[in-house]
Design a protein around this ligand. Structure first.
Ligand code: IDP
Ligand code: MG
Length: 204
């Protein structure tokens, strides 16, 4: 399958996301309780260095999204936008993995409940690639609280509560790199060029 695609489209090997300077953890993200945090929605605008059409982000369809049959609908939004799927699997992750994934939230009152909710349940982690994909994914998801999200976003269209908001998207490039490494082995990331690339990007 991959060989066929390489022949048809021309393989371009790109490993990981470019332009990463710091780890996600320890970037001084300040939190002062759920009410303020839910209205922030700005952290994804940090460190948006332009890494071109090969920028990558981590998207995770959470247990509620899987159980409610939203996997196909969510994937379709990213495909129709023009982003490239470079990794995906159905899996059940451990508490330890979620503690690591959400380490910056460990002091939040909802942290233990969040980790327990997610652990051992079917979820679909994915990696998507494309220009400005980290920031655009956050915009496509909407706010953490679905009631604060704009209609047309995934969380506004499909969800009601923050604790059941269907999917996770990386906050910024550093987070994206850390999360991709946490959820996927290097060999699970497929580097290729879509036949549609030239119809999506004006690159020479
Ligand atoms: P994000 O997913 O929009 O980036 P974060 O602040 O990183 O939001 O929080 C991670 C997840 O924790 C959220 O997606 C949501 O499921 C859950 N969460 C966030 N705030 C609350 C809350 O106030 N009550 C319950 N769950 C919350
Ligand atoms: Mg987050």
């Amino acid at each position: 399958m991959r060989l066929m695609q390489d022949v048809l489209c021309g393989e371009i090997e790109v490993e990981g996301t470019r332009g990463l300077a710091r780890q996600c953890r320890g970037t001084g993200k300040q939190r002062s309780g759920p009410a303020k945090r839910l209205s922030e929605g700005k952290e994804c605008e940090r460190n948006m260095a332009d890494s071109g059409s090969r920028e990558r982000t981590m998207l995770l369809i959470k247990p509620d999204g899987v159980q409610r049959g939203l996997v196909g609908k969510i994937i379709t939004r990213f495909e129709e936008k023009g982003y490239l799927l470079v990794a995906m699997k159905l899996t059940q992750a451990s508490e330890d993995l979620y503690r690591e994934h959400y380490t910056e939230l460990k002091d939040e009152p909802f942290y233990a409940r969040l980790v327990k909710y997610l652990s051992g349940r079917p979820v679909v982690p994915m990696v998507w690639e494309g220009y400005n994909v980290v920031k655009m994914t956050r915009l496509m998801l909407g706010q953490t609280d679905p009631t604060a999200s704009e209609p047309g976003t995934i969380r506004a269209d499909y969800c009601i509560e923050a604790a059941r908001n269907a999917c996770h998207g990386s906050d910024n490039l550093e987070c994206a790199k850390r999360e991709i490494n946490l959820w996927f082995k290097p060999e699970e990331l497929i580097s290729y060029t879509s036949c549609t690339h030239q119809w999506i990007y004006d690159e020479h």
